[in-house]
Design a binder for this molecule. Sequence first.
Ligand code: GLC
Length: 554
Amino acid sequence: MEQHWGGQAMSGRWYEQAIVYSLDVETFQDGDGDGVGDFAGLTGRLDYLAGLGVTCLWLLPFYPSPNRDNGYDVTDYYGVDPRLGTLGDFVVFMQEARERGIRVLVDLVVNHTSDQHPWFQAARRDRHSRYRDYYVWTDEPPQDTRAKLVFPTVEDSLWEYDDAAGAYYLHRFYTHQPDLNIANPAVREEIRRIVGFWLELGVSGFRVDAAPYLIEQLGITDAPIDDPHRVLRELRAFLAAQRGDAILLAESDVPPDELRSFFGDGDEMHLLFNFIVNAHLFLAFARERAAPIAASLRALPAIPPGGQWANFVRNHDELDLERLGDAEREEVFRAFAPDKDMRIFGRGIRRRLPPMVGGDPRRVALAYSLLFTLPGTPVLRYGEEIGMGDDLSLDGRTSVRTPMQWSGEAGGGFSTAPPDRFVRPVIAGGEYGYERVNVARQRRAPDSLLNRIERLIRARKECPEFGRGAWRVLETGEPAVFAQESRWKGGRALALHNLAGDECTVSLDRQDLGEGPLVELLGDRDYEAAPDDAGGIRLGAYGYRWFRVGAMRH
Ligand code: GLC
């Protein structure tokens, strides 16, 4: 089939082809030498991000906060935490990002506030305050709500008694994060105001924190909303009215049969994080078998036009294995988190990928090649492009939130402050220390992970099929090989991944693939032998190869 240069019809949906990169301003780059990352530092790194090929940044919460949950405990939705800069610095950052064609998403954390938020302080002090109903109160909490705890090993109840309030308040997450009462129209009005504010400053959308909890009606006895998804529809309509190309990317870690409802009829969330495939990726890595990936892709609901999956390897939280069966979870734990201390909340792993796979660069690269070919939009996290490790001596999920490693200079190039002033220690010494794992060093090494990921991103951008195409899993007869074909607007792209440590040769049904040669786009190495007529395709140990089928364009 013929390829047309420049002939791609526009979908107008930029997020379907975006390369998203998430970072926490606090740990990315310190610009003023006080040991804390800031907007000035981040702005100075925009050329690095543009060079990598990133088209959209997702910033973790940077709002004023007591910072007891990495900023997910907000005290003011309209500002920048003074440690990270000023609103003026934010605007300069936005201008510089726009200059480079990089869009920005910010976190919308409105399931709860910090208990230090002025709304909560007013609410607890005065039963008649107009802020009282911003939160969810009860005089007598229901018995035994343990099953619903998000942090089961840290908290022991969903309800906390507040002396000043003389009542219990609901907190889905930590005790210091009282849940907002979404059934209260005044709260929904506040959310619109927050959304409008950041849109006005130029953001392209929001990562909607804890979306399922945001709209649940737990504990709300007074005038609950009949259809909680109305909240998300209203949010979407407001967003669209303000800025037509802005998007909502939701954290909605629910079972597969509940996922579809968050897309609505194309009138709720634009993107959902693909937690299902994420957990199964790790099962596949543990087994060195392709089947879990294929099965999890098939388990996903059909999504309405304009809906999209956001794929990721690791995020800033634990690797959540809740969506696996008990025996499967144990398998992944045994393979990648043999020590109890590597696990968290009874359901997850608090490590980054490279240490999980014993630092094997082939397995690390394989994971990112998969990320850039799976149906959906890839989301990278800072430090993944250089294979950063974790620091298990840090508490809880902080283990995977250490400062970015820029160079082999003292402090890893993150900050010039004395290391004891660092917001968090940079990983030093050993296999993952900044002396060995850093951007400067990898820039100079042609086959470094950094350079590989840059090439993967370039190839991914040239293969829009992987973003939103119709996909299918191809039979190869080799259980370790995941082979996927994606078709979109007349183009056909093919990706093969060998999850095992043995080389193999697989055959594809050429009839199945249609006319034309297989044109090699990229691989884990230079495979001299092109696929033969019988479709024999060699794959190295943990190898990968991308092809275009019947391509004019390559
Ligand atoms: C989300 C965030 C997590 C945070 C929680 C509470 O799950 O990803 O880091 O602790 O919300 O806001």
